[in-house]
Design a protein around this ligand. Sequence first.
Ligand SMILES: [Zn+2]
Length: 260
Amino acid sequence: MTQVKKFWPILTGRHHYEKTLSTRGRGHGEIIKAPILAYLIETQNGRILFDVGCDYQKIKQPGLRKHYYEHDGFPFGPPEMEEEEQLPNKLQILGLQPEDVDVVFCSHLHFDHAGGLCEFCQAEVHVHTSEMQAAKDLADDAYFTSDFDLPLNWKIQHGEYDLVPGVSAIETPGHTAGHMSMMIELPKGQPIILAGDAADLVENLEDEVPPGLCWQDNEQMAIDSIKKLKRLSLQQKAVLWPNHDWDFFQKHNVFPSFFE
Ligand SMILES: [Zn+2]
């Protein structure tokens, strides 16, 4: 029996970039707008946040912005994030404080998923061991050491597990070394699988196209994870949600309302 009570997708910012970053080898010269998302899950046994968006200070403060985003490693520049899009401000709309989040689950440690960790120093922070290693090794340009090199209450994970009954972590390596997706069994609606960056767009799922960035250029690993998620969604009659698809997100942008 699932312990999930409510589920909120939360928009924390936007990023414009060439579509090739989402679909490997496809979309040269085509700029797309991508939502940067977090997801809050309220359960009978506490609150879980899936990803935490960007670090607002690195976008807002000119010096930090220049250092992190305005250079050749970042050809598309910084994401856009309004003050009210910071997670503490979004949570406040729900009458919550950052301390009310018990677990932060990091799909992976890229800047647009782990940048907000500094706001959640009270929570238990889950990340896959392979992901932490790749992040420390700065395996690609989307890792910012200062996002995750923090004295947090880390809980390093080694495989698949249930966070609580009805919320399961699924290993989906490929985009990054230790990427994880999540299945959420709702009390009323169909289960939802959050692909995370295993699939940015509906197109990644439909055409089984790997993301632009693949760990050690291992495209096959990323494709295998897409296939795994599709199999699971069929078995579980679950809806599979890509993570950076603006049009797809708009259909589910109900905040502060929620899914149940
Ligand atoms: Zn990523």
